[in-house]
Design a protein around this ligand. Structure first.
Ligand SMILES: [Zn+2]
Length: 56
């Protein structure tokens, strides 16, 4: 289960984005979208990280 305290630094615009502030999009490729989501920078849209969200 992802921690709400995680932050990610955007390599494109330098913003530090909290996990809960990141924009979530479906992953590209063949990963299961119910288990994986891509976190994107809410400021510039750069992809930050792909995270596993499928933990029950
Ligand atoms: Zn950014």
């Amino acid at each position: 289960m992802p921690s709400g305290d995680d932050t990610f630094e955007c390599e494109a615009c330098g913003a530090v984005v909290a996990f809960e502030d990141a924009r979530r999009t479906e992953t590209m490729g063949d990963l299961d979208p119910t288990k994986w989501q891509t976190l994107c920078c809410p400021h510039c849209g750069n992809r930050l990280k792909t995270v596993f969200v499928g933990d029950e």
